[in-house]
Design a protein around this ligand. Structure first.
Ligand SMILES: [Zn+2]
Length: 298
């Protein structure tokens, strides 16, 4: 009787609670997933990196939901419950997850390995703050993926070759995209572009470019009239004909600015959340291509 009225979502919750209570009477489906690793990541790009390398050997869950601006995210009780069932929790680091202390507290009596994926990245500052947007650099993505690969190997030594091979394939994709665009950007005299929030600092560092943004590093606050005026002058001085707009950070301000300087509004992908059907490489190619088009316009 009861089962009939439990909806799909509730059923998942209930079965989850049963597992939590240690009721192990469940069927084969569960045993099957049991020999897979369970990896929890904080933000969307890490999910892609982890899935690329783990292949069919792990289930990867992402804490920040799709279409949510991760700078606004706070973990819920159910997220902590998910975490305690994982083999590893991989986060971006560099201050992206201000709540990571709470995770450490929640899992302190468990075997969950906590991994800062930014270990080994040369950090950059934006004003007084460390820039957390590591994954928007192809170079950093390689380091983050390497840290993820090391974690998988540590958890599942017998599949080391498999993880190494997947990682090397992904690394080649990253490097080939970088090598394709580096010489293209090097030949351009224009180096400045305008975006939604200051997310592209590492990408700029890789390619010798400069970003100006409508919002700050943490996607907080719309610009004051004075800042907007400065952005308008910046666009005019630099002959900027494209204003990049992010779906999760003040697209309206970007539109206002574009109107003011008669520029086109073009979407750019911060990959902070799953926004459309592009994978990481496709989204980065799209970004680089659009930035290149914007900078090569006379
Ligand atoms: Zn951001």
């Amino acid at each position: 009787m009861k089962k009939k009225i439990i909806s799909g979502a509730l059923a998942v919750l209930v079965s989850f609670m049963l597992i939590g209570c240690g009721a192990n009477a469940n069927t084969g489906i569960q045993n099957k997933t049991e020999d897979k690793l369970k990896i929890a990541v904080s933000i969307y790009p890490l999910k892609e990196f982890a899935e690329k390398i783990a292949g069919d050997k792990a289930d990867v869950i992402c804490l920040v939901p799709d279409n949510m601006e991760p700078h606004d995210y706070e973990p819920k009780t159910k997220d902590f419950q998910e975490l305690t069932k994982s083999n590893a929790f991989i986060y971006n680091g560099l201050g992206m997850e201000e709540w990571v202390g709470q995770v450490n507290e929640a899992i302190k009596n468990t075997n969950v390995i906590v991994v800062d994926s930014s270990t080994g990245i040369e950090t950059r500052q934006e004003g007084d703050a460390v820039d957390p947007h590591a994954w928007l650099s192809l170079k950093n993505a390689e380091i983050q993926s390497s840290n993820i690969k090391d974690t998988l190997v540590k958890l599942d030594e017998k599949n080391k070759d498999y993880y190494e091979e997947n990682y090397n394939k992904f690394k080649e994709e990253l490097e080939s995209l970088y090598s394709e665009y580096k010489p293209k950007f090097d030949t351009l005299s224009k180096k400045n572009f305008i975006t939604g929030h200051a997310a592209f600092g590492y990408l700029c560092r890789d390619f010798g470019l400069t970003q100006k943004s409508v919002e700050n590093l943490f996607a907080e606050g719309e610009p004051t009239p004075k800042q907007l005026k400065d952005l308008v002058s910046f666009c005019k001085d630099n002959n900027i004909k494209t204003v990049f707009s992010e779906s999760l950070a003040s697209p309206k301000v970007s539109e206002t600015l574009a109107k003011e300087v008669q520029a086109d509004v073009v979407p750019i992908l911060t990959l902070e959340s799953k926004e459309d059907d592009k994978n990481y490489i496709e989204a980065m190619r799209y970004n680089l291509d659009e930035i290149y088009k914007c900078l090569s316009k006379e």
